[in-house]
Write a protein that binds this ligand. Sequence first.
Ligand SMILES: Cc1ncc(C[n+]2csc(CCOP(=O)(O)OP(=O)(O)O)c2C)c(N)n1
Ligand SMILES: *[C@@H]1O[C@H](CO)[C@@H](O)[C@H](O)[C@H]1NC(C)=O
Ligand SMILES: *[C@@H]1O[C@H](CO)[C@@H](O)[C@H](O)[C@H]1NC(C)=O
Ligand SMILES: *[C@@H]1O[C@H](CO)[C@@H](O)[C@H](O)[C@H]1NC(C)=O
Length: 482
Amino acid sequence: MAKIIFYNFNYLLLVLSHPTSCASIAELMSVLFFHTMRYKVSAPKDASSDRFVLSKGHAAPILYAAWAEAGLFPVADLQNLRKIDSDLEGHPTPRLNFIDVGTGSLGQGLSVAAGMAYVGKYFDKASYRTYCLLGDGESAEGSVWEALHFASYYKLDNLCVIFDVNRLGQSEPTSLQHDMEVYRKRLDAFGFNALVVDGHDVEELTKAFHEASVTKGKPTAIIAKTFKGRNFPKVEDEENWHGKPLGDKADATIEHLKSLIKNAGPLQLHPQKPLVEDAPATNISNIQLSSPPNYKLGQKVATRESYGVALTKIAENNKHVIALDGDTKNSTYSEKIKKVSTDRYVECFIAEQNLVGVAIGAACRGRTVPFVSTFAAFFTRAFDQIRMGAISQTNVNFAGSHCGVSIGEDGPSQMGLEDIAMFRTIPGATVFYPSDAVSCERAIELSANTKGVCFIRTSRPATAVIYPNETVFQVIGSKFYP
Ligand SMILES: Cc1ncc(C[n+]2csc(CCOP(=O)(O)OP(=O)(O)O)c2C)c(N)n1
Ligand SMILES: *[C@@H]1O[C@H](CO)[C@@H](O)[C@H](O)[C@H]1NC(C)=O
Ligand SMILES: *[C@@H]1O[C@H](CO)[C@@H](O)[C@H](O)[C@H]1NC(C)=O
Ligand SMILES: *[C@@H]1O[C@H](CO)[C@@H](O)[C@H](O)[C@H]1NC(C)=O
């Protein structure tokens, strides 16, 4: 088990990339990939398979080694790690067919995993589980705690979060080092089934993952005490080895690791349950407004309101359309989707970075068509998540309201002033700035069918309808006032 993967990942990792960050999670990855998780190697993004998000994306080499060991591609291909013509980059991206989302900007993976778990529990209502592995250093990010709060509030018992507490960050020890009790208390307070384990003990890990799978009503956090550079002589638990090749220590380290490999055969403890193929089929193509725009020329309507109207219409047309918002639903009018079904709305509260991450997770594997809304100004604090969304090839639609100075008396803190510039820097993004209710409804319909990040910018004040109901719009270009 643990021994097999050790073998493959070491010979290349000792030379390149982040070997010590991989070594601390060798047993965790082995137990997850060869004992606990259920997935199809023949279809790595199968709808019913368990999900795995490596939030500490710099440990990508061990993830690649795990999939190679599972049989997805030849072990020899691992030699291409970090080569200019290889997709086996230093951090994972969905250019690889077994990766759902890009990670590497730390602190974002858990929001995405929470989005996947929310969809699994409440929309797909399927058996698959979601696993997310984080570094302890990365856990200082506020977005991690936003995601933890979201996961426990929505009782995501199909989510298992693993903290690799290896004591060290990049440039110095982490703030909490190996104070496992502080982690346990915090996660317990956040509503998790919090388990402290020896992260290098395969049997203990097996039991913890089993406990996670039978714990109902709350997510589980496995807080694994580990050592960075585990079993690398004179490197283990030492500072100054983050992201460094082992150089002239590599050969001796590989020999030492080989001497530790004892093949005791497969673990009998809590044998892996078979994959249950119960995720429903989805069809998210050709989404249409359930009825055409219905306005009179000159009628005064705010585009934020016609956003809500259009969202409701496409939600009526396609059951996979969902809305997410951060406590601004009666300003952005996303709350209108509740008229179709209250279930189609996901309240993410005032935590915009997590809001965006959850939407990116919800869009994975084409399970849903998310529309995520807040004031356009507040998307700026999630710029990194949006940027990573583009790297993740996400199809999330962003609706930002209260654009420009026209909101008036509320003042500049509420005004979307940077939003167009921000979304225009996102590779492959489509920016819609509809000028009236008719064009706004069509912009929503178009964005539901447009790949990549879409941004729809809406206004607060009521403005005159200028286009006849039957006007046809398309992506690219603009229309002149008729
Ligand atoms: C948002 C962000 N800040 C900083 C970095 C640079 N960085 C990459 S790895 C790392 C240390 C991570 O420490 P930890 O989470 O403990 O992971 P470990 O490698 O120790 O397993 C840092 C600071 C980053 N990738 N993303
Ligand atoms: C998906 O739905 C669209 C719109 O209803 C329809 O045109 C298309 O044929 C469907 N595709 C499949 C594969 O069922
Ligand atoms: C479209 O516009 C006309 C003229 O403003 C209006 O009378 C009509 O009710 C609108 N609705 C539809 C569906 O045509
Ligand atoms: C939103 O709803 C709350 C609760 O009903 C209400 O107090 C508040 O005024 C509403 N805000 C807007 C902008 O409509």
